[in-house]
Design a protein around this ligand. Structure first.
Ligand code: PEP
Ligand code: MG
Length: 325
């Protein structure tokens, strides 16, 4: 692993026609962080804060969370980190948190829904993040946003905590950027309203496509049945990237597909410029980016989005093979 990182980490992820693609890594534990420097990733595009909650026996208090987030920021230096607030429920259970005995947990009381109904938990987390990021930029995003009003309420809580810290005379972050994860299809049809109130969007393709195809992300019998590299998947990605670009709002993709070279190829062909992935995926995606000529790829993606195929994966694979990508 480290040999591959060393060989590739200084090669800029720029396409052959000169477009910079930002490659970020996903993380959830302090032990992941050394891979930021090793892989040469541009920052942490998704820090899953529930992971440290999952390995404990009780909720960490504000002081413990502040220390933890402070160490994350310390270790990432000048590179940006996007902290995602607690995303529990669904496939991520906390051993000490009840409320999971639901018939349909993937669509249940989870993530930001819990955060807004139990604002003490969310506010404590925001308080810790604001303290930990004193003097530097804080980026925070909310999982499973379904309605724009939920993001607005979450933003209000960020502002309450910022004002509280200020009134206590604490040092504040230099800026706070607030983002929404795009994981629930309903949000796709609220884009103008969403783009007006969010600083950035992160596509959680694992959940988004699970809901788009009504197909459990963890069920191996369904794993290959529906493909984001298909006309509906590509149309979704193309129009999301177009609308976000027009609004001048950054959009990244941080689900597993961002770390699969062929899927990453489709994403950049659809206009996405920020990909966040498991650190071990960075070298291969970097190599893919560097071998691409974007204009013809972008034309191909628009053509494939109108195809009649159930999946266009093989056609894209053939295109990549023919061009030495
Ligand atoms: C996703 O849903 O794609 C995502 C990045 O979040 P998680 O995998 O943690 O649900
Ligand atoms: Mg998710």
């Amino acid at each position: 692993r480290s040999a591959l990182y060393a060989e590739t980490r200084d090669l800029p992820p720029v396409t052959r026609d000169g477009t910079r693609i930002n490659l970020f890594m996903n993380a959830g534990l302090l032990v992941d962080l050394p891979q930021l420097a090793e892989s040469g990733a541009d920052g942490i595009g998704l820090y899953r804060t529930e992971v440290p909650f999952m390995v404990r026996r009780e909720f960490p208090d504000v002081a413990a969370q502040t220390r933890l987030y402070g160490r994350v920021l310390e270790q990432t230096g000048d590179k940006p980190v996007v902290f995602r607030t607690l995303d529990v429920g669904g496939d991520k259970a906390l051993p000490y948190w009840r409320g999971n005995d639901e018939e349909n947990p993937a669509m249940g009381w989870r993530a930001l829904r819990i955060g807004l109904d139990r604002p003490v938990i969310l506010r404590q987390q925001l308080r810790a993040l604001i303290r930990a990021a004193a003097g530097r930029e804080l980026r925070v995003m909310f999982p499973m946003v379904t309605a724009v009003a939920e993001l607005e309420r979450a933003r209000d809580l960020v502002e309450l905590e910022r004002a509280r810290a200020q009134s206590l005379g604490e040092d504040l972050p230099s800026t706070i950027r607030v983002g929404a994860m795009m994981e629930v299809p309903a949000l796709l049809w609220q884009l103008p309203q969403l783009l007006a109130v969010t600083d950035f969007i992160a596509v959680g393709s694992n959940d988004l496509f699970q809901y788009v195809f009504a197909s459990d992300r963890g069920n191996p019998r369904l794993a290959r049945r529906y493909d984001p590299l298909s006309p509906p998947g590509l149309r979704l990605l193309l129009s999301l990237a177009d609308e976000a670009r027009k609004a001048g709002v950054d959009v990244s993709v941080c689900g597993e597909m961002a770390g699969q070279p062929l899927d990453a190829l489709a994403l950049i062909g659809c206009g996405l410029r920020n990909l966040s992935m498991a650190p071990r995926a960075v070298p291969a995606v970097r190599a893919t980016v560097r071998s691409v000529d974007l204009p013809p790829l972008a034309r191909l993606m628009r053509e494939l989005a109108e195809a009649r195929d159930h999946s266009v994966r093989e056609r894209l694979r053939g295109y990549a093979r023919d061009r030495g990508i």
